[in-house]
Design a protein around this ligand. Structure first.
Ligand SMILES: *[C@@H]1O[C@H](CO)[C@@H](O)[C@H](O)[C@H]1NC(C)=O
Length: 428
């Protein structure tokens, strides 16, 4: 019966299987040789690194990271180094289109940039617009425009301080405001940074002008923490341009002396007359014709645009939400990094431009200028009439005065004072 149905499917007696089994020793030898060659080749690179085989242990959803592999280098774009781009947002809808214009224009390979947004305390449609713009960007027909992983976090911190320029920039608001912003940054930082990120980039949304290659420009200096100079354009009547970010500075004797006189919880904020520190500010050291590669070591830094290595945060540096050496948030972060022996630098002649954001004072000045113009026009009309009546209205009294003067002086002549004068006090 067996012969009628042909050879059984798994018969060990077929001539072909016989031949394969006969070759088994040779096959094993070849596999062993290949494996040895592979091992020798690979062991040159990862000779003493342990790499657990999770597949073999059947540990589902278990990930292994060799953190030695994610140190940032000066040319990260050649080495597939990933950046986590952190963006804190609060009532930022008005700035998002401009911000996404910058993000799209970035020259660092987009697939190596992951984006993390923290939306907090927003009364406008920051979240809705953000989602719309991200969807648009990630659906771009050109795949090189697509970014890596994108995460949006939402958390309110209960903003005690308003968002107007003067609310935010007034002196008394600075300490509490900076501490709150530090907390927000730490929340975002702690959830956004993944083991495979070599770099962290912090950027404010209200930057108006910025080179598309800023990531490469900052990265190739290969510092632990680095910031550009930040200025803002001004209307002509205010002088054309102005340093914006005064939080990037080098410590001074005056600053240290001031710190010693302050209460333990006090927070020094730069750029206010209340705290004169005489510190050299990155912003004021700018020379428009200076070499953009020039580096300056800093102690405090501003938060408009910070590139830092991931390891800075992994070893514990953060944005202090308390007084650290009398500083908080980004300035405290700079000081903390220095205390931890990390390199903190700024580029005095490499400038990005913040939007011009008129303060209440600026607005008052504009109002005054408008009123002044009206006043000048009115004054001109008055002057015309005045000039017309001047000639007819003016009469010389010089001669009359000469006569009167002689008579007055006669009365006070000392030689005649002894004379007997009779004064008639009667009514007529
Ligand atoms: C992005 O690049 C385009 C083309 O060079 C330019 O017109 C545009 O102004 C840039 N956007 C921003 C926000 O700089």
């Amino acid at each position: 019966m067996d012969e009628k149905f042909g050879p059984p499917i798994n018969s060990r007696n077929s001539p072909l299987t016989h031949r394969i089994f006969g070759l088994l020793p040779q096959i094993f030898t070849i596999i062993a040789v290949i494996a040895t060659i592979c091992y020798i080749t690979l062991s040159d690179v990862h000779s003493d690194l342990y790499s657990p085989d999770f597949d073999a242990s059947n540990a589902v959803n278990t990930h292994f990271y060799d953190l030695e592999g994610y140190d940032g280098s000066s040319e990260g774009w050649l080495d597939n180094e990933r950046i986590i781009f952190c963006v804190p947002l609060r009532d930022a809808a008005a700035h998002l289109p401009m911000f996404f214009g910058h993000v799209r224009n970035m020259t660092y390979p987009h697939h190596l940039i992951d984006l993390a947004f923290l939306v907090s305390d927003s009364k406008d449609d920051t979240m809705g617009l953000l989602v719309t713009m991200l969807r648009e960007m990630q659906n771009d027909p050109d795949p090189s425009m697509h970014f890596g992983q994108i995460e949006i976090f939402e958390k309110d911190f209960g903003q005690a301080i308003g968002q107007g320029f003067t609310d935010r920039h007034g002196f008394s608001a600075q300490g509490p405001r900076r501490k709150l912003m530090a907390k927000a940054r730490n929340w975002l930082q702690s959830v956004a940074l993944k083991p495979y990120h070599s770099w962290v980039y912090w950027r404010d949304v209200d930057v108006e002008t910025c080179p598309p290659c800023i990531l490469e420009d900052l990265m190739h200096h290969n510092k632990d923490v680095i910031v550009p100079n930040v200025w803002r354009p001004l209307p002509d009547w205010l002088g054309g341009q102005q340093p914006y970010d005064l939080n990037s500075w080098r410590e001074s004797d005056g600053g240290l002396q001031l710190a010693n006189t302050l209460d333990e919880d006090a927070v020094i904020v730069e750029g206010y007359a209340e705290y004169a520190t005489w510190r050299p500010h990155l912003a004021y050291l700018r020379d428009p014709y200076g070499d953009p590669e020039t580096e300056m070591e800093l102690d405090g830094i501003g938060g408009v645009s910070i590139l830092a290595k991931g390891r800075v945060f992994r070893i514990g540096a953060h944005f202090p939400a308390f007084s650290f050496e009398k500083h908080a948030e980004t300035e405290g972060f700079g000081k903390m990094c220095r205390r931890m022996g990390l390199s903190v630098f700024g580029l005095p002649h490499y400038v990005i431009w913040h939007i011009y954001e008129p303060s209440t004072d600026d607005l008052k000045h504009m109002e005054w200028m408008a009123r002044e113009e009206v006043r000048m026009q009115k004054q001109e009309e008055v002057m015309k009439i005045y000039r017309k009546v001047w000639d007819t209205g003016f009469q010389s009294v010089k001669d009359t005065w000469e006569d009167e003067k002689v008579r007055i002086l006669k009365n006070s002549d000392p030689f005649k004072l002894s004379r007997h004068v009779i004064v008639d006090w009667s009514d007529q």
